[in-house]
Write a protein that binds this ligand. Structure first.
Ligand code: FAD
Length: 486
């Protein structure tokens, strides 16, 4: 039986392990931390449970497919519910909008609350759907680094239709043309942040993300987002995958231009195939001894500053996902990407899983995950930045939700870009690897295979096709499609 080693038990690593087990490989996953999931993680403290990473799930069939591959049914272990409402939006001047996942209901809501003609939203979502169906096979589910990919008519046709891809203007420029109201433009600009990008620079191709949320739907697994990682871990283990936690892989072993295994702790683990789920910048530095100059790499995605607050109250106005928009969205992103700073009026994302999962907080209380976009770590004075941003967040929440905040916080934990890097070895704490702030971003991400060493493959958010749960799962699929069955 051939052996595969997976370095890292992030979502890309777990999916790759399951796929390799399904190909009859003997699989070992080696993870430096004590738990599976990487960025998809959780904390439990004083009767509160918090997801600490992803909070929104799209394309759940990519998770379910992993169960089917090994002859199991996802629904026996995971209950993934489709949400009626994907988000509640709060604007500085007091307007509020429910973003329903149904395009019909959502477009009516935008018309009645913000005055945006219904047909504008429906037309936009229809175009986004068309764009997704036109591009997904090529850009999300195939390697962009093999000639084979381009040798079929559909892929060629996709590249020959730049009008449909819409890469030459920014997402914001496209949204300004599509919608009359600034508020609706801001909602659709926000989708660039789903892969850590700047809507004022990222290509309009990113409108496909709105298709995922409003046409195919936003989902939530019972038990919270971390349940996905824990169930994938259990699935892999049931199908023979060996996990070694608290074990750091230090180097690769090679012979004749091919990987032969890894050195981890004080052992050598032999392998015919090595799949790395490690951030590619770290991988190059640590495993290939390559110097990585940040300025020569594609621009990193944004990171996040998150406060986890156990609240001894229930907020009436809020739902599972909430966004409190800033007044000047363009300035917010200029500060984030050009000044590596956080605006004094940041857009706040508030995720309260206890709205769906009663067990995530004691009765009468709520678990608030309060996040603002933050620059990737650049040596900023995080102590100052965290305290200052905390004050701004509290002032904004108090005025917009019309409730007192500070006196209701009974538990607090924090996560900064530095912490994210420390825990997951992600370059500068970037959440999604490199950003899509450049028209060529899709082609600049690292391939899913090594051009130097045979048998070495790459999965996860820092390589093609990019960050976010669905794309990490897609990267595992691309890797597995390249490796023959045993
Ligand atoms: P990672 O999660 O980066 O894990 C890599 C693993 O490799 C880690 O466990 C690390 O410990 C291990 N490792 C590294 N080096 C070594 C070594 N030398 N030896 C052994 N192990 C090693 N995505 C969404 O789809 N929706 C969201 O709502 C969303 N929100 C997010 C919010 C936050 C706060 C964060 C942090 C991320 C969010 N994301 C979201 C992004 C998503 O979480 C990531 O894209 C995805 O989880 C990354 O998975 P990965 O496979 O790249 O591995």
């Amino acid at each position: 039986m051939k052996k595969a080693v997976v370095i890292g038990a992030g979502i890309g690593g777990l999916a790759s392990a399951i796929r390799m087990a399904a190909k009859n490989y003997e699989v070992t996953v080696i993870e430096q931390e004590a738990y599976p999931g990487g960025k998809m993680s959780e904390i439990r403290t004083e009767d509160f449970r918090f997801d600490t990473g992803p909070s929104l799930l799209t394309l759940p069939h990519l998770v379910e497919e992993l169960f089917t591959l090994v002859g199991e049914k996802a629904e026996d272990y995971l209950t993934i519910r489709k949400l009626d409402e994907s988000c509640r939006y709060f604007y500085p001047e007091g307007k509020k909008v429910h973003a329903w996942t149904s395009p019909e209901k959502f477009s009516s809501e935008l018309e009645s609350k913000l005055g945006e003609p219904k047909e504008n939203t429906l037309r936009y979502l229809k175009k986004a759907k068309r764009l997704y169906h036109f591009t997904a096979d090529l850009f999300l589910f195939s390697s962009l680094h093999r000639m084979k990919t381009f040798r079929n008519r559909k892929a060629f046709g996709t590249l020959m239709r730049p009008g449909l891809l819409d890469p030459f203007r920014s997402l914001h420029q496209a949204n300004r043309k599509s919608f009359q109201t600034k508020e609706v433009q801001q909602i659709f600009d926000r989708y660039a942040t789903y892969n850590g990008s700047d809507p004022f620079r990222a290509p309009a191709t990113l409108k496909i993300i709105s298709h995922l949320e409003h046409n195919t739907g936003a989902f939530f697994p019972s038990g919270g987002m971390y349940k996905i990682a824990s169930e994938l871990h259990r699935l892999a283990a049931r199908h023979g995958v060996t996990f070694r936690f608290n074990t750091r892989v230090n180097s690769l072993t090679t012979a004749d231009g091919k990987v032969t295994g890894v050195e981890a702790g004080n052992m050598h683990v032999p392998a015919d195939i090595v799949i790395s789920d490690v951030d590619i910048h770290h991988f190059k530095r640590q495993f290939l001894n390559q110097e990585v100059r940040r300025r020569e790499q594609p621009e990193l995605s944004s990171s996040a500053l998150i406060f986890f607050w156990g609240m001894n109250t229930n907020s009436k106005e809020t739902g599972l996902h909430n966004i409190l928009f800033s007044t000047n969205y363009m300035e917010e992103f200029r500060m984030l990407f050009s000044q590596s700073a956080i605006s004094d009026d940041p857009t706040i994302y508030l995720y309260i899983s206890s709205k769906m999962e009663a067990n995530d907080a004691p009765p009468g209380k709520e678990n608030w995950f309060v996040m603002v976009n933050a620059p990737a770590d650049n040596g900023q004075n995080w102590d100052n930045l965290v305290e200052r941003t905390r004050r701004h967040i509290i002032a904004k929440l108090e005025s917009q939700l019309d409730m007192q905040i500070e006196k209701h916080i009974v538990v607090e934990k924090r996560l900064t870009p530095r912490d994210i890097e420390h825990r997951t070895s992600s370059e500068a704490g970037a959440l999604y690897g490199s950003s899509s702030n450049n028209i060529f971003s899709a082609f600049m991400r690292h391939p899913n295979f090594s051009k130097q060493l045979k048998g070495l493959y790459f999965t996860g958010g820092s390589v093609h096709p990019g960050g976010g749960i669905p794309l990490c799962l897609a990267s595992a699929k691309i890797v597995s499609d390249m490796i023959p069955k045993e």
